[in-house]
Design a protein around this ligand. Structure first.
Ligand SMILES: O=C(O)c1ccccc1N[C@@H]1O[C@H](COP(=O)(O)O)[C@@H](O)[C@H]1O
Length: 230
């Protein structure tokens, strides 16, 4: 993973095109009927085809059984399956082997104790997504709640390889999130919307511009380093 930006929860061609035109590296299609970002498979399939070859296509599912997965993978043909539920490491391993799909497992982070899950899932996943832990309310979604968590927890990790940061990111805070945590990849959903499920093309472009600027800034040598090498 190298300086990647994912725009998730795309439900129509204008929103998808806004993400692709602005340079999104990954685009996500949510398969979770309780979410305002859920998209029916007969619509997700053509959208995914439209993105093929332009960005990596991510299908997001929450504790899917094999029958649901078969349908999701057949319709969306994703490059990556994002598992955003309570899937155990054993279930993730089973899914990867049974379906031959790359898996990104979402891990909810609220405090330092949650970080242990990163190494547990690293052993069985292709990528890890760190997200804010959902609030303990029956109506809360497993993700897409627009909530941030303490980024210092990620900043303090020795190994950030393969980590994608999400949770409450938006055009105004993504630059700080990248600078502070040092991650190579970010993901956003509700932070680029005008209303739940309604993507805002301008906010998508602003988010991608801000994230790219932060990645560039990090790659640029500091004035101190320049002076030393002169
Ligand atoms: O977006 C949703 O509705 C959703 C539903 C169920 C599981 C995950 C969901 N979204 C993912 O959550 C994170 C953070 O989202 P946000 O930026 O805080 O809104 C992101 O990976 C979304 O793809």
């Amino acid at each position: 993973m190298n300086n990647e930006i994912k725009i998730c929860g795309l439900r129509d061609a204008p929103a998808l095109d806004a993400a692709l035109d602005a340079g999104a590296d990954l685009v996500g299609f949510v398969q979770f009927p309780k979410s305002p970002r859920h998209i029916a498979l007969d619509m997700a399939g053509p959208l995914s085809q439209r993105a093929s070859g332009k960005a990596l296509r991510v299908a997001l599912a929450v504790d899917p059984d094999d029958a649901a997965l078969e349908k999701i993978l057949a319709a969306i043909d994703p490059d990556i399956l994002q598992l955003h539920g309570r899937e155990s490491p054993q279930r993730v391993t089973e899914i990867r082997h049974r379906f031959g799909v790359n898996v990104m497992k979402a891990i909810g982070i609220a405090d330092a104790a949650d970080l242990a899950q990163i190494s547990v899932y690293r052993a069985c996943c292709d990528r890890i997504l760190v997200d804010a832990k959902p609030p303990a309310m029956p109506e809360a979604l497993p993700g897409g709640n627009g909530l941030t968590f303490d980024w210092q927890l990620i900043a303090g990790l020795d190994d950030k390889a393969g980590l994608m940061l999400s949770g409450g990111l938006n055009p105004a805070n993504v630059g700080d999130a990248i600078a502070l945590t040092g991650v190579d990849a970010v993901d956003v959903s509700s932070g680029v919307e005008s209303a739940p499920g309604e993507k805002d093309p301008q906010r998508i472009a602003q988010f991608i511009e801000a994230a790219r600027a932060a990645f560039r800034q990090r790659a640029a040598p500091s004035a101190n380093e320049k002076a030393k090498s002169a």
